[in-house]
Design a protein around this ligand. Structure first.
Ligand SMILES: [Zn+2]
Ligand SMILES: [Zn+2]
Length: 341
């Protein structure tokens, strides 16, 4: 085949050699400037499809694809570029556009500027307005949350929300109230999912109560309050349950209580032990003394006070982990540091 323009022999495209084809057909119409909004709060860029968090170079590539179509007859175009920063919001770009036509690749270089307009994305706008749809409440069953629990739940929620931030999940406000935590969340689904995840991780029960909030485009809008109640006790707690003194061996999926006098373990649903009360108790490893009376006496490591241990520890054991309450000393089945957190 011969080029109709220059007569060169070789492959032709619409009658032209590659050189003359490229001369006649520009790959793209190069824009002098590409403007884009970027959220001043979260750094997302605004694309045709919506806001998206990308780094600057990926964002620029996506903007080129969106805004600079291949000129006909090129079927496809790809971009590479080098950016030079003029200031935080202005970049001068040297771009290479590669147009494809059949098996031909034509390269066109051009310069343009990327101008970033600070703005606020939809999510951040809602967040700034203290927007919320649902409320997630975290409480203890018949007790206040302990400070370590408060810290752990806050960290847990922050990590979960961070992971689903792309789907518009955010917490607009968090309050410590009545020995618990309230999270104001961007969607009801987020509140429900977080409640379930917290119950899975920390134990406890979940409930939800929707309240009609208003109407939006003819649809009823509900505000859902999701409530997680963390178990009434923590592992290591010593409780009085139906006249017996027990230590808490587990809190989920069931509460397991071990009777300190008999050593017998039983499991309960959280609501079955709602009436149980925590007792002040210490747990430590104690020296065991055996006076000639045949008793086993645990010695408090600080006060030196001695109390008979129930049930009696194994023969010859010189030390044992005991639970020390106002009513006596009991052998514990847990390690001495079980209730430290
Ligand atoms: Zn030619
Ligand atoms: Zn934003």
């Amino acid at each position: 085949m011969f080029c109709v323009e220059c007569g060169a022999e070789g492959p032709t495209y619409e009658g032209l050699c590659a050189k003359d084809f490229a001369k006649k057909h520009a790959v793209v119409r190069a824009p002098e400037v590409v403007d884009v909004e970027r959220c001043a709060s979260c750094g997302s860029f605004r694309f045709r499809s919506g806001w998206s968090k990308l780094d600057r170079d990926l964002a620029a590539t996506r903007l080129f694809r969106e805004r600079i179509p291949a000129e006909r007859p090129y079927e496809r175009v790809t971009f590479t570029f080098v950016a030079r920063e003029e200031d935080a919001n202005n970049f001068s770009l040297t771009v290479k556009a590669v147009g494809r036509f059949q098996d031909l690749e034509s390269v066109q270089g051009f310069r343009t500027r990327l101008r970033i307009k600070p703005s606020l994305c939809d999510n951040c706008q809602k967040q700034k307005g203290r927007y919320y749809e649902g409320i997630l409440q975290v409480r203890g069953e018949g007790r206040e949350l302990t400070p370590p629990e408060v810290r752990a739940v806050r960290t847990f929620v922050a990590a979960r929300v961070d992971r689903s931030a792309e789907d518009g999940a955010f917490v607009s406000r968090m309050e410590e109230v009545h020995g618990g935590l309230d999270f104001y969340v961007s969607t009801n689904a987020l509140g429900k999912n977080l409640a379930r995840d917290i119950a899975d991780a920390f134990g406890g029960s979940v409930s939800a109560s929707p309240k009609l909030f208003g109407q939006k485009q003819g649809r009823e809008v509900f505000r859902v309050t999701s409530l997680v109640r963390l178990p009434p006790f923590q592992v290591g707690d010593v409780v009085r349950h139906k006249a017996r003194v027990a230590e808490v061996m587990a809190v989920r999926p069931f509460v397991v209580l071990r009777d300190l006098a008999s050593g017998e373990e039983r499991r309960f649903k959280a609501k079955e032990v709602r009436s149980a009360r925590r007792l002040d108790a210490e747990r430590f490893e104690a020296r065991i003394e055996r006076p000639t009376t045949g008793e086993a006496i645990a010695v408090h490591p600080e006060s030196g006070e001695g109390r008979p241990v129930t049930p009696r520890p194994k023969e010859r054991a010189a030390r044992a982990v005991v639970v020390w309450t106002s009513e006596g000393a009991f052998l514990s089945a847990l390690p001495a540091d079980a209730s430290k957190n």
